[in-house]
Design a protein around this ligand. Structure first.
Ligand SMILES: Cc1cc2nc3c(=O)[nH]c(=O)nc-3n(C[C@H](O)[C@H](O)[C@H](O)COP(=O)(O)O)c2cc1C
Length: 379
């Protein structure tokens, strides 16, 4: 079983992720992890802090001479603006944050809550997910995330090969696949910045090259749709998760939802084993298991909670009305969130992949993977 725990405060010394159960024998590309960390810091609409921090992963255990050992991997991202000891408490809880709930739950300070609730924690989730992406890529599986909608602006994603789409996304200020919509998106973020407001939107992640049978139909806590929903929903500011058609499936008759099953022997050696589906409304998952089609996950991100034009709050000392506290903040972190959702999906898929094919060594997994495909082709 591949497990992850994270630790660290937003303005503490560092963020840490421990990955337990990662197989031995994988050559690690540290630069590729840093590329994802840098992408998480980018995107149009970010606040000042992202310009201060240049995140880089510091691998503290589990890797020797660039290769995974099979022992727990510790990934650290050091905070260059460490200042937690000097920071004061916050007296005016911010709507949309855990400030009030956490202070009541722990009978303590708001600072204790906001430091840990902050999305800064996702720096190490991204590092861990980037490592999972490297594992999946050994088996021809790619995980690709992009922004689909900003507020009410819908994009029309370009069509192309993986490397063409990656080039379009990486050139986009909001990590979309639509250079035309980007102009409107940038103008909308500029307007929100002027208004002291914030914006959210919708992210889509696509996983290609998946074999049949990741996840399970048999038990609620092993179903991959359920695991994805939990993992993606746990990302700060994500308020909805859809797989395939998602909520739209409820608005259509069955004949316009379910994907017919065909067979094309010439595609027998693809991960789909030749079973083709003219549509992919299920988003690659049926009964909690992958069905050989691309996995499609969407996530809805709410607008940033800290507003320069603050909402009503109260003073926790006097209980009198006050404006909510303001700390330097993003106007729109949707592009960054697309990197987080992408890597969180990668980690979740990697967990189910290792559950099916074992997690001791890459060599053994490769042999079990090819053996399984062979058997499934004969089924
Ligand atoms: C990439 C990213 C960056 C964020 N940056 C900020 C920020 O600068 N200011 C802020 O108030 N909230 C920010 N948030 C949102 C909060 O972390 C989140 O809304 C808060 O922790 C409450 O959790 P919840 O929205 O999941 O209920 C960010 C979220 C993400 C995913």
């Amino acid at each position: 079983m591949l497990r992850m725990l994270t630790a660290g405060e937003s303005h503490g010394k560092s963020l840490l992720a421990i990955l337990d159960g990662f197989p031995a024998g994988m050559k690690v590309d540290t630069d590729a992890i840093n590329v994802e960390l840098k992408r998480r810091q980018g995107g149009y609409g970010r606040g000042g802090r992202m310009k201060l921090e240049v995140d880089e992963v510091d691998i503290q255990s589990g890797i020797w001479q660039g290769v995974t050992l099979g022992s727990p991997i510790t990934l650290a991202v050091i905070n260059r603006d460490y200042k937690l000891e000097r920071l004061k408490d916050v007296e005016r809880p911010r709507p949309g944050h855990g400030d009030l709930s956490g202070a009541m739950k722990y009978l303590g300070s708001v600072r204790a809550i906001l430091e840990r609730a902050s999305a800064r924690e996702t720096a190490v989730r991204v590092a861990a997910g980037a490592l999972a992406q490297q594992l999946l890529s050994l088996f021809g599986i790619s995980v690709f995330g992009y922004v689909l909608e900003l507020e009410k602006i819908k994009t029309t994603p370009s069509v192309g090969t993986y490397s063409e789409l990656k080039a379009i996304r990486d050139a986009s200020p909001m990590y979309t696949l639509d250079p035309v919509a980007d102009k409107e998106i940038v103008a909308r973020v500029d307007q929100a910045t002027q208004d002291g407001d914030t914006l959210g939107g919708i992210i889509e992640v696509r996983v290609d090259g998946l074999p049949f049978g990741l996840g399970s139909h048999a038990q609620w806590d092993r179903k991959l749709d359920g695991l994805l929903a939990q993992a993606v929903m746990s990302i700060q500011a994500i308020k909805g998760v859809e797989i395939g058609l998602g909520f739209e499936a409820a608005r259509r008759p069955g004949s316009m939802v379910h994907d017919p099953i065909h067979f094309d022997a010439s595609r027998k050696f693809e991960p789909s084993l030749g079973y083709t589906r003219p549509t992919n409304n299920a988003g690659g998952l049926e009964a909690g298991m992958t069905n050989g089609q691309p996995l499609v996950v969407r996530a809805a991100k709410k607008p940033i909670s800290t507003l320069r034009k603050p909402l009503d709050s109260i003073s926790l000392k006097t209980k009198e009305p006050e404006n909510a506290a303001y700390e330097r903040s993003d106007v729109c972190a949707l592009a960054a969130a697309s990197v987080i959702v992408e890597t969180v999906v990668a980690l979740t898929v990697a967990q189910s992949f290792l559950e099916k094919f074992g997690n001791d060594s890459i060599l053994e997994i490769q042999s079990r993977y090819t053996g399984y495909l062979e058997l499934a082709r004969q089924r």
